[in-house]
Design a protein around this ligand. Structure first.
Ligand SMILES: Cc1cc2nc3c(=O)[nH]c(=O)nc-3n(C[C@H](O)[C@H](O)[C@H](O)COP(=O)(O)OP(=O)(O)OC[C@H]3O[C@@H](n4cnc5c(N)ncnc54)[C@H](O)[C@@H]3O)c2cc1C
Length: 507
């Protein structure tokens, strides 16, 4: 019998599956961890679990029972690819697309922030707003559209790095002590540009096929060579992927760390050592105005962050499940104070869900496509940045010492005497000792472990610092309608009129 990958050669229109994705990651990419170059990321104990989770996304979409929910026929090639590449033209199509993203997020319980639908959503938004690029440079616009089709038809997993590395944030990119710190163009010829420097942070980069490099931060005059957007494969010569510490490597047991062992999507600094980028893959070339407009004059920024809110909606559901199970396991569910805490959490989960549905319902047709409401999206960003930490604190409050009074690891269960002691000490009115340990270890991995702590940082920063998200909210709110109401009320009375009445009354 033919394997799936062999079948693919026979049937190029088949849906991308997990084995295809795993094979694509064995491409010689230059990943550095713990002072060593990693050979095969799909086999390394620091990355294999997350690589399998990425592959599981594609297996999920390729399963016959999920194909209609998860995929659509790409317009030109006809190949069925993930719906994240779909450019919705109506509310119904947007909702259809969201259902696919929601189902994907449920496979990782919302813990893979940069699953493939994130950057695909960004590029989809840029493709919708292609005329913004055309107004600047027809060749670069053609390159972007061509790449969008290529990435879509190959159902690529893309990551992105759109932030300049921290150094001195009070200075512009060209004013930093080392002018090659931030990625910029150092050369060009007929074939393309050469770039040098660093970008942060390639979340999921180790499990992605290609990286979209751009700059979302405002740039100053003099920063032109940093105002560049392009894509390149993760195995490009000269591209160094500097992994942060792997939480997965410290989580060899799934029972002990059910999340870190599987969903440590990793975040890496990328350093480009004189990397050549062909013109066909360059979308913005040293243009500060277009570098900003690509995000905000097209629907890109809305679509990429709408995906984040869909994922967070799923994660909130999961965290609420953990909260309730903790309450049941400790016999505290009937306490009025605990019900209040759970009621508050349920309201907060409802808020996130309601904002997703609201931004869809209040969406508008722009650039010929149906786009979620911009201001409701930014409202959701601002509020959820603050909410996440509160939710985590509520779970900690509910759990007390339960997430700490746990066996050190699965090895304790392997010793019959220790297992007896575990059975004696891990008591619950609702579940057996082993189940109690399993639940509280999961809870700790979700709210307290190093993996969980990185998640708290992620939810606070993935869309920018608070001053950035609040700025978007300020910019996009319908102030005329708000101040117009105040004006209408103030126009309905008048001091002179009242003074005249006062005079009349007193005479
Ligand atoms: C876990 C994680 C994953 C990430 N994944 C990705 C990714 O996949 N791709 C990607 O491109 N980026 C990613 N990022 C980067 C993320 O986009 C940035 O962290 C975010 O945009 C904030 O930028 P910064 O970290 O440089 O913080 P800074 O901009 O340096 O801000 C840090 C703090 O400094 C203060 N501050 C700085 N400047 C100002 C100012 N002008 N006014 C007022 N206060 C200021 C504020 O207190 C702010 O909170 C990730 C970040 C994290 C933490």
């Amino acid at each position: 019998m033919l394997s799936r990958s062999e079948l693919r050669v026979e049937a190029p229109l088949s849906i991308k599956d997990g084995s295809c994705h795993i094979a694509s990651l064995r491409d010689g990419r230059e990943v550095w961890l713990g002072g060593k170059r990693v050979g095969d990321v799909t086999a390394d104990r620091a990355f294999a679990g997350a690589a399998q989770s990425a592959a599981a996304l594609y297996d999920f979409q390729a399963a016959p029972e999920n194909a209609a929910l998860m995929t659509f026929a790409a317009p030109e090639s006809g190949r069925r690819v993930n719906r994240c590449w779909q450019l919705p033209t109506s509310y119904a199509e947007l909702v259809e697309r969201r259902r696919a993203l929601e189902a994907w997020a449920a496979t990782h319980y919302g813990f893979m922030g940069r699953s493939p639908d994130h950057v695909a959503s960004c590029l989809a938004g840029m493709a919708m707003g292609i005329e913004v690029f055309r107004a600047y440079d027809a060749k670069r616009a053609a390159a972007l559209l061509d790449y969008f089709r290529y990435a879509r038809d190959h159902d690529l997993f893309l990551t992105y790095v759109i932030i300049n590395p921290q150094a001195d944030r009070s200075k512009a990119a060209h004013e930093q002590a080392d002018e090659d710190l931030t990625l910029g163009v150092v050369d060009e010829d007929e074939a393309g540009i050469t770039v040098r420097g660093a970008k942060m942070l390639a979340t999921s980069g180790i499990f992605a096929n290609e990286v979209f490099v751009a700059c979302i931060q405002p740039l100053a005059p003099g920063d032109e060579r940093y105002a560049v957007s392009f894509v390149t494969p993760m195995n490009t010569t000269g591209l160094k992927i500097l992994s942060r510490k792997s939480y997965e490597a410290a989580a060899p047991s799934r029972f002990d760390n059910p999340l870190a062992s599987r969903f440590d999507e990793n975040d890496a600094i990328l350093y480009f050592e004189d990397v050549k980028i062909p013109w066909e893959r360059v979308f913005v070339d040293r243009d500060i105005a277009l570098s900003q407009k690509q995000w905000h004059a097209t629907p890109a920024h809305v679509f990429q962050n709408y995906q984040c809110q869909i994922r967070l909606m799923v994660k909130m559901r999961f965290l609420l499940g953990v909260a309730r199970k903790i309450a049941e396991a400790n016999g505290i569910l009937a306490f009025p104070g605990v019900r209040e805490t759970l009621g508050q959490l349920a309201a907060e989960a409802g808020l996130v869900e309601g904002l997703v549905y609201g931004m869809e319902a209040k969406g508008t047709v722009a650039h010929g496509h149906y786009v979620p409401d911009r201001h409701l999206l930014y409202s959701a960003q601002v509020l959820t940045q603050q909410l996440y930490g509160k939710v985590i604190t509520s779970l900690r409050e509910l759990a007390g010492g339960g997430m700490i009074m746990l066996p050190s690891g699965i090895e304790d269960f392997a010793d019959p005497k220790l297992r007896q002691l575990i059975n004696k000490t891990q008591k619950s009115p609702a579940v057996a000792p082993e189940e109690r340990v399993k639940l509280f270890k999961l809870a700790w991995d979700a709210v307290g472990s190093e993996f969980a702590s990185r998640h708290a940082q992620y939810e606070m920063f993935y869309a920018g610092a608070t001053f950035v998200t609040r700025g978007h909210s300020f910019r996009t709110y319908d102030w005329p309608s708000a101040t117009g109401m105040v004006d209408r009320l103030m126009a309905s009375y008048d001091l002179d009129e009242e003074l005249a009445r006062l005079k009349k009354d007193t005479t």
